[in-house]
Ligand binder design. Structure first.
Ligand code: C2E
Ligand code: CA
Ligand code: CA
Ligand code: CA
Length: 275
């Protein structure tokens, strides 16, 4: 039994060793993703619910590695945050999204996800300013999306950064609203321009009375505070109809358009006649 125990332990140790090696290799590949040209941005349309017109796009980062295939941002962004690779990746995303949007013939907006780690970098606003100058994108066409969890660490520093961002003329959306904590006080304390209701509430508006109530409450809150509300993850006509009836402002989701390479949205970015 003792022998068996030792073998089990060795097996476990070998397996652990392999897992640690795999993870190291993944981190190594992630650090090289930019220089190897493996990152790209998918764009997902955001529509005004009344006119059904596309008003902007959310940029969503993608990592395509020759050996690993496509790795979802939900997997590699948390790792990038842990190992500090999120700063160069976040920079790359911002520059790329601004450069792309600046090339459009239509004045649509671009929304970029910004992680807590980026926000806590003291030079974030200054770098953002530099990026706008370099790419020529007017500040008012850029929006950054931040989650509530990004706000909890070092409130004062985050607030100062967000005020600087806002002073540049860049808009700020509270992402995944309803999933974090102390949402209501955050809405008052931070200079948000827009609320994004999390997909988890939208996908339940017809099956779950509480989800519907929460969505209505967030829409009422937005109205009361003068903040437009955008619903993410709209997948069905029923969900869209609900949001129309409840006077949501904007919608985004597979029903309206899946995230894709920007080339497939040329009718929006390069002419305003046939939207
Ligand atoms: P998020 O910011 O909440 O982005 C929305 C996610 O929902 C995206 O997943 C999008 O593809 C997906 N989605 C959109 N519409 C629908 C729908 O109708 N149904 C369903 N089931 N899903 C929908 P994605 O692209 O995999 O991104 C996942 C998360 O990774 C994002 O969540 C965001 O938190 C993070 N992320 C993506 N790009 C970046 C980035 O450039 N920087 C940072 N820091 N985070 C990013
Ligand atoms: Ca987002
Ligand atoms: Ca979101
Ligand atoms: Ca979400």
């Amino acid at each position: 039994a003792k022998e068996e125990g030792r073998n089990t332990y060795r097996f476990f140790e070998a397996k652990m060793g392999a897992e640690v090696r795999d993870r190291r290799q993944l981190e190594h590949d992630l650090r090289l993703a930019i220089s190897r040209d493996e990152l790209w941005l998918a764009y997902q349309p955001q529509l005004d619910i009344r006119s059904s017109k596309v008003v902007g796009f959310e940029a969503l980062v993608r990592w395509r590695n020759p050996a690993r295939g496509e790795i979802a941002p939900g997997v590699f962004i948390p790792i990038a945050e842990e190992i500090g690779a999120i700063l160069p990746i976040g920079d790359w995303v911002l520059t790329e999204a601004c450069r792309e949007a600046a090339s459009w013939k239509t004045p649509l907006k671009v929304a970029v996800n910004v992680s807590a780690v980026q926000l806590h970098n003291p030079s974030f606003a200054q770098q953002l300013h530099q990026t706008l100058i370099e790419t020529g994108l007017p500040a008012k066409r850029l929006e950054i999306e931040i989650t509530e969890t990004a706000l909890v660490r070092d409130l004062n520093r985050t607030l100062a950064t967000l005020r600087q961002v806002k002073a540049l003329g860049v808009e700020i959306a509270m992402d995944d609203f309803g999933t974090g904590y102390s949402s209501l006080s955050n809405l008052r304390a931070f200079p948000f321009d827009r609320i994004k209701i999390d997909r988890s509430f939208i996908k339940q508006v017809h099956s779950n009375q509480q989800a519907a109530t929460i969505v209505r409450a967030v829409l009422g809150l937005g109205k009361g505070l003068g903040l437009p509300v955008i619903a993410e993850g709209v997948e069905t006509n029923e969900e869209l109809r609900f949001l129309q009836e409840e006077s949501c402002d904007e919608v985004q989701g597979y029903l309206l358009g899946r995230p894709a390479a920007i080339g497939s949205f040329r009718q929006y970015t390069h002419s305003d006649t046939d939207q």
